[in-house]
Design a protein around this ligand. Sequence first.
Ligand code: FMN
Length: 199
Amino acid sequence: MTFLESMKLRYTTKKYDAATKIDNEKIEELKEILHLTPSSINSQPWKFVIVSDDELKAKLANASMFNKEKINQSSHLVVLSAINDVSVFEKQIQENLPQGAVDYYNKLIKPLGEEHAKNWMARQVYISLGVLLSAAANMGIDSTPMEGIEPDKYAEILGLNGYEPLVAVALGIRDAEDFNQPELKPKSRVKKDLVLEVR
Ligand SMILES: Cc1cc2nc3c(=O)[nH]c(=O)nc-3n(C[C@H](O)[C@H](O)[C@H](O)COP(=O)(O)O)c2cc1C
């Protein structure tokens, strides 16, 4: 299957087959893929928590508003968080990145203030969301990206200090009758010429 074909087939899954779990091998592959996500200055200001334990997943589902049922039915839930404590980030880059990258941060990001730095870190996390959704599609895994979560409760449940959960992704295999699949509900996008230009 081409990449374009897999993007046409991927969709936001609304109903999962609760009986089907994703193989550990595929989860290991997704871990590698997430780990390889690119980011500005290779900053990697994130934490990815992959939840397979049903009890823990149910606790998170209870803090996920209208997304509760799909999370409970899904096989795994990936929680994508950004570092939200600038001192945690500065320590991480000091210990892991070359001086040139640290200098870039100190000269171009830090002087713009803490809010700017946090926004910048959150933007990096969304790159991993795109990578994860595309990879899952390519691997034949169904997925649901979700901002409809309660970040504070997620952080408490997962014991994440210094990180802010931004978005979660349910993974699994669709229920055969899921109304949202492209075969039943054609994909909807604005017209190409509104959002795409070649100059
Ligand atoms: C960042 C982000 C957050 C989203 N949050 C939710 C959500 O909380 N619950 C949900 O059912 N869908 C959510 N969606 C799914 C979008 O509504 C969906 O991607 C969009 O309508 C396009 O449809 P498609 O993914 O089926 O192609 C989210 C998507 C993204 C990218």
